[in-house]
Write a protein that binds this ligand. Structure first.
Ligand code: V47
Length: 368
């Protein structure tokens, strides 16, 4: 597209936003294709401020990856191993509890628990793990199992997704994380994750969770083989489900990290792409309140800049991130509350510690 035509397309998007009109497919493509980064950012920043003001949220959380054994072996993943392969691990019940107890003593309010689709890790074990964690750390919210793990528990256990979700909720499940969505387009899934649940199934697990009163997050893993149009399609499918259920709390764009994956020949997304994806998500997902700048994947400095491009959440302290670091992530594995507060204040925003459900736990005074 000629540069001039692109500018015009962006002007049309700006006019729509000014009129309060919902953006469509072509608008999303225009935003992602634009080289007018600051104009795109300005639109997204205004949308973000009108929704959440100047607050930027974070959570004290701990990631627990209970197993990296996975039958899917997606091309973009450096974390998973086949059973018995070098580097494969399954944490014992005691190891999971030890990680949880020390994090709970350190004041976290959320455990983010995900693993591979381990053929030997059953629904009963998943339930027992949550029940153990609830006993060990009763005040900590359990954000556990991606939709693809839930679907796997249901298939392997011969029961329905709804039964699995109800059983896990009873054992202490608080919310579902947004992982496993990748890019919904089947063309992309055939190339990078042919064995993973389909888009329809991923969406349906979230639909059923929302119906049971279990809120969830949504992600998109971008910057590999997908087109701009496929990114927009992904966002619009999330928006459609959110119109139906209202159960999504946050959207998290995940920047592809190629190292140690079967897609290591790809370069991964650049900084302008990262920021345009955050901004486009904020503008297209007009029914999502929160857009996370996931510092682990963006890097801490770009995550801070993303606060001017529509993001209002930095995720959390994390403590021991594994999935991105195995794929060449170079950020630290944890960040302190003090550092998050400093980043937010220097962006001129108000740091707010939240729990999983965006209840505000502590608002930090603005920088003087
Ligand atoms: O499901 C895997 C993706 C996800 C790579 O819900 C990769 O609040 C980049 O879902 N490069 C796990 N991404 C992380 C995740 C997440 C993170 C933070 C917050 C939340 C939330 C969810 O990471 C996986 C997959 O989609 N992933 N490999 C890679 N090489």
């Amino acid at each position: 597209m000629a540069a001039e035509a692109q500018v015009d397309r962006l002007a049309a998007v700006e006019a729509k936003v000014a009129r309060g009109e919902r953006l469509g497919f072509e608008d999303g493509v225009a935003l992602l294709a634009s080289h007018e980064l600051l104009r795109v950012g300005r639109l997204a920043d205004a949308a973000c401020r009108s929704k959440v003001g100047r607050k930027v949220f974070f959570v004290r959380n701990r990631h627990i990856n209970y197993s990296n054994v996975c039958g899917n072996r997606c091309a973009f993943c450096a974390f998973s191993r086949s059973e018995g392969e070098d580097g494969a691990f399954v944490l014992s019940r005691q190891e999971v509890l030890d990680k949880a107890r020390s994090a709970s003593a350190g004041g976290v309010s959320e455990f983010h628990i995900v693993g591979g689709e381990d053929p030997h890790f059953t629904y009963e074990q998943a339930r027992a793990m949550l029940a153990d964690l609830r006993t060990a750390a009763p005040g900590v919210t359990l954000t556990a199992f991606t939709a693809s793990e839930i679907a796997h528990f249901a298939e392997a256990g011969g029961c329905s997704v709804s039964e699995v979700l109800q059983g896990l909720k009873h054992a202490g499940l608080g919310s579902l994380p947004g992982g496993g969505a990748e890019v919904f387009a089947q063309r992309v899934r055939d190339l990078v994750c042919p064995r993973k649940v389909t888009a329809e199934r991923w969406l349906d697990v979230h639909r059923q969770a929302h119906r049971l009163g279990i809120p969830s997050n949504a992600t998109m893993l971008y910057g590999h083989v997908e087109t701009v149009e496929e990114r927009v399609d992904h966002l619009l499918r999330l928006r459609e489900l959110q119109d139906e259920t209202g159960g999504f709390q946050a959207f998290i764009p995940l920047a592809f990290h190629p190292a140690n994956t079967r897609l290591a020949h790809l370069p991964g997304p650049t900084g302008t792409e990262d920021l345009k994806v955050v901004a486009t998500a904020r503008l297209l997902l007009d029914n999502f309140t929160h857009i996370k700048a996931y510092w682990v994947m963006l890097g801490i400095k770009l995550a801070q800049v993303a606060l001017y491009f529509g993001a209002d959440d930095l995720d959390g302290t994390i403590l021991e991130e594994v999935i991105t670091h195995m794929a060449g992530g170079t950020t630290q594995q944890a960040v302190s509350v003090g550092e998050i507060v400093r980043l937010v204040r220097q962006a001129g925003r108000i740091p707010v510690e939240r729990d999983t459900f965006y209840r505000e736990l502590h608002t930090y005074a603005e920088a003087g």
